[in-house]
Design a protein around this ligand. Structure first.
Ligand SMILES: Cc1cc2nc3c(=O)[nH]c(=O)nc-3n(C[C@H](O)[C@H](O)[C@H](O)COP(=O)(O)OP(=O)(O)OC[C@H]3O[C@@H](n4cnc5c(N)ncnc54)[C@H](O)[C@@H]3O)c2cc1C
Length: 411
């Protein structure tokens, strides 16, 4: 029998997470094998073409603020021509009083310059981004076609091997490495280091090594609406993205004169159905009214022109799981990207690469990546006796006291 091929670094999952990590490792001179059950990259949740990205600016989640700011800067620097900067407006919640001075002061405390976030009253917002509502304007907010970015990250490279149509069923430790087996329990390959970026399937793969991950599915549907040129909605359509209860992209004028407008998304906890649901479009129509503060808008004039349905993978505490699985040496996880695939994949690429290559973490630390943030993302945060994580953190936190992971809260 021929012995299975050996690869130093194998990435399981060719969505935006796995592709971005593989791309970073290639850029660092490594040889990488990426393996996916599908026949091509970005077949699952990362087939999404309309993902928005901005740093979190809400109150009461200091770690999420720091993490999303670092991740946003990494994302912005990473995707070059695929990055579509159009700005994102975050309207004030309807039940909240908005005081420009107060919010401006708050944004200053976050050390967010005006290039990043500005508090605007309704009239200012109308002038700056065409939306007659008070809120926070994020001029650098952008959207990314995840499918294009994933494909671009995996374009042919002499040190990249892609194995399509290859589903990994379980992992087994063999010597200093790991054997990947298929559903017939036949060996696929042997790897020195394995990065599991298989979204929800990461749960089964971790379970095959005796590790339980608290992952669950949250289905989501974006609706692509068509609005006729002379319709009352046409005057209201935004020329920027809006992120509030749901989100929408800038409306796009089509050659025939009508507008295409993408609005989302539903949030169906525990659901994995990839079928298009009329009820989700109904939900998105209501979100559309809310985003534009257009209560009298007749939603029947938002004509369905298409949709995107995906299943997000979410962890119990809503933060991604990114880092070394310290109790299984050589295994790394990048999963539970939730609704922030753009930001967390950019961050995962840097963090996982640093851990896989056992880098000097000084560069990450300079980007603001302190030990408590690494701990907030580490798989170890879910396990009892998380002292197992301490050696890995020690590498990053060599100048600080060891910090025990806690369970941060995030939306
Ligand atoms: C409606 C909706 C709206 C969203 N909006 C945004 C947004 O605005 N901004 C944003 O940043 N994010 C958004 N997201 C989230 C974003 O799409 C995801 O976070 C991201 O695509 C997840 O990427 P991934 O690589 O982790 O997973 P996936 O893209 O699902 O990739 C996982 C890959 O692993 C492979 N795989 C699985 N099991 C195995 C196995 N056993 N063996 C081999 N391969 C395997 C699969 O084939 C797949 O290719 C949205 C999601 C939805 C559903």
């Amino acid at each position: 029998m021929i012995s299975p091929q050996h690869h130093d670094i194998v990435v399981i999952g060719a969505g935006i997470a796995g592709a971005t990590i593989a791309n970073e490792l290639l850029a660092r001179g490594q040889t990488v094998c990426i393996i996916d059950a599908a026949p091509h990259p970005a077949s699952a949740c990362s087939s999404h073409a309309y993902a928005i990205a901005h740093p979190h600016v809400g109150r009461g989640a200091p770690r999420l603020l720091r993490l999303t700011r670092i991740a946003f800067l990494m994302a912005e620097a990473r995707w070059g021509k695929t990055w579509n900067q159009h700005g994102i407006f975050q309207p004030t919640k309807k039940d909240k009083v908005f005081k420009v001075e107060e919010v401006t002061e708050y944004l200053k405390t976050l050390e967010l310059g005006v290039d990043m976030a500005q508090a605007l009253n309704a009239n200012e917002a109308k002038q700056v981004c065409g939306i007659q509502q008070s809120g926070i304007w994020l001029p650098r907010g952008a959207s990314l076609n995840l499918s294009a970015a994933t494909n671009d990250a995996l374009k042919p490279h002499p040190q990249l091997t892609c194995c399509w149509n290859t589903s990994v069923s379980r992992l087994e430790q063999i010597g200093a490495g790991w054997q990947l087996l298929n559903h017939q329990d036949e060996p696929i390959m042997i790897a020195g280091k394995v990065i599991i970026a298989a979204a929800l399937e990461s749960k089964n793969l971790a379970a095959s090594m005796g590790v339980r991950l608290p992952l669950r599915p949250v289905r989501g549907q974006l609706s692509i609406f068509s609005v006729l040129a002379h319709d009352a909605w046409a005057e209201k359509l935004p020329r920027t993205a809006i992120s509030g209860d749901g989100y929408c992209l800038p409306a796009r004028r089509l050659s025939g004169g009508a507008y295409e407008w993408i609005v989302g998304s539903s949030f169906d906890e525990g659901e994995t159905d990839l079928q298009d649901w009329a009820s989700s479009d109904g939900f998105n129509r209501e979100q559309a009214k809310g985003l534009l503060n257009y209560v009298e808008g007749d939603t029947s004039h938002l004509h369905k022109a298409g949709s995107f349905v995906g299943v997000r993978c979410v962890a119990g505490d809503r933060l991604p799981i990114i880092g070394a699985l310290t109790q299984r040496p050589g295994i790394f996880l990048a999963t539970a990207l939730g609704s922030r695939g753009v930001l967390w994949s950019a961050l995962a690429a840097k963090l996982i690469t640093a851990q896989v290559l056992e880098d000097d973490f000084a560069l990450l630390a300079r980007l603001g990546f302190a030990a408590d943030l690494v701990a907030a993302l580490a798989p170890a945060r879910f396990f009892a006796g998380t002292l197992a994580a301490a050696p890995a953190l020690g590498a990053l936190a060599s100048n600080s006291k060891p910090i025990l992971p806690s369970a941060p809260r995030a939306r």
